[in-house]
Structures are given as structure tokens and as C-alpha cells.
Write a protein that binds this ligand. Structure first.
Ligand code: IPE
Ligand code: IPE
Ligand code: MG
Length: 254
């Protein structure tokens, strides 16, 4: 590791530890464009993107972020060419296997959120094993949204609640936001404070529709494979300048 990167492992001086987001969510977009710019196949962008993610996980741990949730594969991404879909499934599977030692060393708790049951069998097995082996770790909650869609998550939550109602465990009028949160894929997690989207697109693409209700959005033109610690630093500086009002008014203005 170079001298610069050693320095970067410390929290930058202009960031206030107490004002950091506890939970950061990321739409890792722009892998294809990164590759196209270099006349490389799109999958090379995904490959590079996986390295970027490894660095971000370590950075979050170094800088004291409690939770990181990344969008790896959406329910809409099945519409891509079969070759690309197969590559992505294999890449996620390989990453989980390859990064296991790293997660154990860094005490990272991994959770895959999404419709895991519909993933290829080999990937499902890797998901189950990784989640089991890291379940007791506390240094960073690392959630990987895979075959995840916000609308699908809400529909399956409704189904889970309807089943409770049908079994007589709950009356319809007793359903609260808390009940609902308990049956989302993200049950037990706090809502993201900050959502980062790389590569400039100003949309949410079906990510964490319920959980992003009051998150701060940060969009950068930087493509995901180029999103390094410096870029993350910029996003955190921008976040610290935000005034999170939650519908209230600040100051004493009438
Ligand atoms: C994000 O990069 C990775 C996934 C959606 C899996 P893209 O593959 O969407 O890259 P662009 O948007 O085409 O550049
Ligand atoms: C969102 O990116 C999904 C992931 C990053 C996994 P997309 O590239 O699929 O989003 P759209 O199609 O541009 O909205
Ligand atoms: Mg994209």
C-alpha cells in the first residue's frame, strides 16, 4: 500500500465523525459506459466495479460508517442479454467466495437483500454460507441488493402481512409502519441516511423505495469503476452540508 493510500485510511480532517451518515446506500452505475469508453466489453466494467466495491467496503470500515447497502442486480436487470446476466451472477458468486476471508478478517457482516430464492442454485448456496459465516460480525453491516426490486419487496411484504392477518395474528387496523418494516428484506436495518448514485442518472431505478423516504441524494457523473476514496470523501462532505429537516422548519423564521 502506498503512502497516500495509508493516509487515506484515516478519516479525512474535514469530516466530522459525529456528523457522518450511519448508513450509506449506493447505486453502483456506469460499469458499461466505463468499459465502452475504453473499447472494452461491458463485462470488463463489471469486473473493475467489483474491485471498487472491495475498496469502498474497507473505506466504510476505516472511516466508521456503520452500514453500507449496494445495488448489485435489480429485478429489471434480467432484461439484459443472457450473456451479461450470466456473467453478473457468476461475478457475484465469485466475489462472495473470494471476499470471505477479507470479510472475516475485517469482521464485516454480509447480508444479501432481495429475492434470493429466485437466484441460480450455486449463487444461493454461496449467499447462505456467507450470511451464516459472517452473522456475528459487528464492524460493518454490508448489504448487497441482489435480484432486488423495491416494488417486489413491498408486494412480498404485503403478502407476509396478509398471511399473518389470515392466521388471526393481526387485525388489518393494527398494521403499522413498524409491522411493515419487519417484513421487508431490510428488517432490522436503519434507513439509509445518504444515497449515492454514480454515472449521473437522476433516478432511483426501483431501489429501496420504502427506505429512502428521507435519505439525502448525491449524484455524481463519476462512473462506478472510478469511484474511489476521494470520490466517497466528496460525497460525505456534501452530506455534511445538508440540512435534514424531516418536514420541520429550522431556525426561528416565521
Ligand atoms: C451498473 O452498471 C451495474 C449493474 C446494473 C449490474 P451498468 O451495467 O448499468 O452500466 P451502464 O449504466 O450501462 O454504463
Ligand atoms: C440500477 O442500474 C441497478 C444497479 C445498479 C444494480 P441500471 O443501470 O440497471 O438502471 P437504469 O436501467 O439505468 O435505470
Ligand atoms: Mg446502468
Amino acid at each position: 500500500m502506498s503512502a497516500t493510500s495509508t493516509a487515506l485510511r484515516q478519516l479525512p480532517a474535514d469530516l466530522n465523525r459525529d456528523a457522518l451518515p450511519k448508513h450509506v446506500a449506493v447505486i453502483m452505475d456506469g460499469n458499461g459506459r466505463w468499459a465502452q469508453k475504453r473499447k472494452l466489453p461491458r463485462i470488463m466494467g463489471h469486473h473493475r466495479g467489483a474491485d471498487t466495491l472491495h475498496d469502498l467496503v474497507l473505506c466504510c470500515k476505516d472511516w466508521g460508517i456503520e452500514s453500507l447497502t449496494v445495488y448489485a442486480f435489480s429485478t429489471e436487470n434480467w432484461r439484459r442479454p443472457e450473456k451479461e446476466v450470466n456473467f453478473l451472477m457468476l461475478l457475484i458468486e465469485q466475489m462472495l467466495r473470494r471476499e470471505m476471508r477479507f470479510m472475516e478478517e475485517e469482521e464485516v457482516r454480509l447480508r444479501v437483500v432481495g429475492n434470493v430464492a429466485a437466484l441460480p442454485k450455486a449463487l444461493r448456496k454461496e449467499v447462505e454460507e456467507s450470511m451464516e459465516r459472517t452473522a456475528h460480525f459487528k464492524s460493518l453491516n454490508f448489504n448487497v441488493a441482489t435480484n432486488y426490486g423495491g416494488r417486489q419487496e413491498i408486494v412480498q411484504a404485503c403478502q407476509a402481512i396478509a398471511t399473518q392477518v389470515q392466521a388471526g395474528q393481526l387485525a388489518p387496523g393494527e398494521i403499522t409502519e413498524q409491522h411493515f418494516e419487519q417484513v421487508l428484506y431490510t428488517a432490522g436495518a436503519t434507513d439509509p441516511d445518504l444515497l449515492i448514485r454514480t454515472s449521473g442518472e437522476m433516478r432511483v431505478s426501483n431501489f429501496l423505495l420504502w427506505q429512502l423516504a428521507y435519505s439525502e441524494f448525491y449524484v455524481t457523473d463519476t462512473l462506478w469503476p472510478d469511484f474511489d476514496r476521494e470520490e466517497f470523501h466528496k460525497a460525505l462532505v456534501a452530506y455534511q452540508d445538508r440540512d435534514r429537516r424531516y418536514g420541520k422548519v429550522t431556525g426561528s423564521a416565521i
